[in-house]
Design a protein around this ligand. Structure first.
Ligand code: SF4
Length: 471
């Protein structure tokens, strides 16, 4: 593959600044300055924001919670649905207003929306108050752009990349659970999805670097790692080094870190070896997010999902049989172009069959540049909303049912933080990724504790501590 082209912007002169080597030199420039970072979208963006935090804090910026206090605002955008984009544009209004009062305020946009050329053109033309636009493939250039910033708007977006960044530094949000990128991009080209265009083709990190990162995190006291990729099952296929996701997962398990998770799995690439490894190691959590998207073979074909419902059911049953107490969650899109009543009924049928522990449900949102966006769609928004409501009611009934099965039982929970809703409680997740609110104090944070479940709702559980498992 050739080196990527700059898709917009081009005349920025590259300097010889080496940020990593010279960061102490730049600190006086930004001493006492404050940053406000807002993240939209998926875990990939959340993890990218941890990289952004590293760059900003290394320059000398301090984090603030209030937009009004910031000297630099960074919006890490999402392109997956129209409403994610609307939220960014809505927030930009506040930033623009603030810039009228604070002339030196730097406004920076990054993330998936910045990989859409028509969006960048719109921002460059009609939102001149934005100072820096940077894409997903060159986040490492952010500090250099901030250092270089003058009155001109800087747009620095590569249309594609064959690069895999190793040894990226992060200022992580948590000291307990860490995200680890194992692949970048996606080659599946599901017809509704913008990711292959915004994140590029599938690229895997080298196994030894990932294992090194897990070992380092374990030494630092992390209890849990989540291996991240748009499609983790495809890990290693582009490297041709004789290893795949099952090999990686097994070696991560052998590091002895307490808890291992991974997202997201495409049903098409889910191998028997993967299931065997998940079943074999106690520190690989029995939780699998397995997006189904629709219950109709006709719609799955139009989505280019590469499996049929019969194949999904076969995989689902194989996992359930081999991995004891596994929880399986899914994603479902309602109202894909021309989804008939029969197609929608098939979706309800598969939900009834699988009784998913939880499902993330969405109304289809056309994304410019994707194949599905060009499909004619005769289904009204009112029908789509009605279907979503019916689906959500069904999904929630199964979430409640699966949570109620835990009533009176004792489960292991990794306590991660003080409960948002009740400051006298702490909360964390079971091995099966169920949220538990626990009567207890902050000293439990970071520990794996045995908790007796006393109440079950659709989206969370309540419990009391029985025993501490690990310190
Ligand atoms: S597998 Fe499909 S839905 Fe998932 S990121 Fe790739 S193209 Fe998008």
């Amino acid at each position: 593959m050739n080196m990527p082209d700059l898709c917009i912007a081009k005349d920025r002169k590259k300097t010889n600044i080496s940020f990593i080597e010279n960061k102490e030199e730049y600190k006086p420039l930004f001493k006492g300055k404050k940053y406000f970072l807002r993240t939209y979208g998926c875990q990939m963006n959340v993890h990218d924001s941890e990289e952004i935090k590293y760059y900003l804090e290394s320059l000398g910026y301090m984090a603030v919670d209030k937009l009004e206090e910031a000297d630099i605002v960074v919006l890490n955008t999402c392109a997956i649905r129209e409403n994610a984009k609307d939220k960014v544009y809505g927030y930009l209004g506040r930033c623009k207003h603030l810039k009228k009062i604070k002339k030196d305020l730097i406004i920076c946009l990054c993330g998936c929306l910045m990989q859409e050329p028509h969006e960048v053109e719109e921002l460059a033309k009609n939102h001149k108050y934005i100072d820096i636009i940077i894409g997903t493939h060159n986040l490492n250039e952010l500090p250099e752009l901030i250092i270089q910033k003058n009155k001109e708007q800087i747009i620095n977006v590569y249309s594609n990349s064959d690069k895999v960044f190793e040894n990226v530094k992060y200022n992580r949000d948590s000291k307990i659970s860490a995200w680890i990128n194992i692949t970048y991009g996606c080659d599946k080209f599901c017809t509704y999805c913008i990711v292959p265009y915004t994140r590029g083709r599938e690229r895997s990190r080298k196994k030894e670097n990932i294992i090194e990162e897990v070992k380092r995190l374990k030494e630092e006291g992390y209890k849990e790692v989540t291996l991240l990729g748009q499609n983790v099952n495809a890990y290693g296929q582009d490297l041709n080094l004789g290893y795949d996701f099952a090999t990686l997962l097994e070696e991560v398990a052998q590091t002895g870190i307490s808890r291992i998770r991974f997202v997201t799995s495409h049903p098409w690439n889910f191998t028997d070896e993967m299931i065997n490894v998940i079943a074999k190691y106690d520190n690989i959590m029995p939780y699998i997010h397995l997006p189904i998207q629709s219950g109709s073979d006709a719609i799955l074909k139009k989505m280019n999902r590469r499996y049929t419902i019969a194949e999904y059911k076969k995989l689902f049953n194989k996992i359930k049989k081999k991995v004891p107490n596994v929880a399986i969650t899914t994603d479902i899109i309602v109202g894909f172009p021309n989804e008939t009543d029969e197609d929608f009924q098939a979706t309800l049928d598969i939900v009834k069959y699988c009784k998913f522990d939880n499902a993330y449900t969405f109304i289809y949102s056309p994304r410019v540049g994707t194949v599905a966006a060009k499909m004619q769609d005769d289904i009204s928004m009112a029908t789509k909303q009605k279907r979503l409501k019916i689906l959500n009611d069904l999904v929630n009934s199964y979430s409640l049912e699966s949570n109620q099965k835990l009533l009176g039982k004792t489960v292991e929970v990794l306590v991660s933080e003080v409960s948002e809703k009740n400051k006298n409680k702490v909360c964390g997740y079971t091995d099966t990724m169920k949220l538990v609110n626990i009567d207890g104090k902050e000293d439990l944070i970071g520990q794996i504790v045995q908790v007796e479940i006393t109440d079950a709702k659709s989206f969370s559980l309540d419990g009391i501590v029985k025993n501490k498992v690990s310190l």
